[in-house]
Design a protein around this ligand. Structure first.
Ligand code: APR
Length: 244
């Protein structure tokens, strides 16, 4: 893919960079996206299962979905797009990766300056004590899994209708406020508050680059919209930026 002179100059000259990713960055690793044709599980959409009400009503069904996703994700590896973002981190003094993904693949690819704003599918939380711990059991032996205290565990994931962790939000807004380069990668830009991050960065003077397989609601407003697969575009861009 050809990158414009302006894009490479902006990327090379940037001091402070924020990268926002969504399910599209993990698609080439085999993790189904949410709103693509493969987004359904049985006959349910994420919006019907990833909610406190669904969990209240039928914790077993919700955990069956997560157990299915955990079993699938446990076989997935980071793809060249994840690795390119991990390498980009080293190019900039000021860098933050904000991911909506809960699959843990950015961390596996070596990203360190990372906020998993929707949580992590490998962490569970006691519904009584609130304690969070890692749970890598694949498949889950009991569904729903129970805490030692006897209460059921829930996925440590931010569900529809729930608010994000205050620290994640604060760190994200701070980074967005001071960045001069913002990437939005593999997200359909429909779920708030992440859906507003790109235009927030633009309104504060950042150069905004979108990398996505399909057009999104911000494709017309960003500075550059690169249409294609993140796992193909990012390694080429990273190579271009890492060369002298
Ligand atoms: N490369 C780049 N983009 C891709 C690729 C790819 N290989 N494959 C798919 N995409 C794009 C799709 O075109 C789509 O725009 O990735 C986007 C995925 O959109 P969604 O499935 O809506 O995922 P996301 O934007 O991350 O959803 C946001 O919604 O369900 C909740 O909490 C969940 O974090 C999720 C949030």
């Amino acid at each position: 893919m050809e990158f414009t002179k302006e894009l490479t100059q902006k990327c090379k000259g940037a001091r402070s960079v924020v990268v926002l990713t969504g399910a599209g960055i993990s698609a080439e690793s085999g993790v189904p996206t949410f709103r693509g044709e493969e987004g359904l599980w049985r006959k349910y959409r994420a919006e019907e299962l990833a909610t406190p009400y669904a969990f209240e009503r039928d914790p077993k069904l919700v955990w069956e979905w997560y157990d299915w996703r955990r079993q699938l994700i446990s076989k997935c590896l980071p793809n060249p797009g994840h690795y390119a973002i991990a390498n980009l981190e080293a190019l900039y003094k000021d860098f933050l990766l904000i991911t909506q993904n809960v699959d843990g693949l950015h961390r596996k690819a070596g990203s360190k300056k990372l906020r998993e704003i929707h949580g992590n599918i490998w962490r569970v939380r006691c519904t009584k004590e609130g304690r969070v711990e890692e749970n890598l059991e694949v498949p889950l032996k009991t569904i729903p899994p129970a805490c030692k205290c006897g209460a059921i565990l829930r996925p440590h994931i931010v569900w529809f209708g729930e608010s994000l962790d205050m620290e994640d939000i604060q760190t994200s807004y701070e980074a967005i406020g001071k960045c001069d380069l913002f990437f939005t990668i593999g997200t359909s830009v429909v779920v708030q508050p992440a859906a507003s991050f790109a235009m927030m960065a633009k309104s504060m003077g950042a150069y905004v680059v979108e990398i996505n397989k399909d057009p999104t609601p911000v494709s017309e407003q960003v500075d550059v919209s690169l249409l294609g697969k993140a796992g193909e575009i990012l390694p080429e861009l990273e190579k271009e930026l890492s060369s002298t």
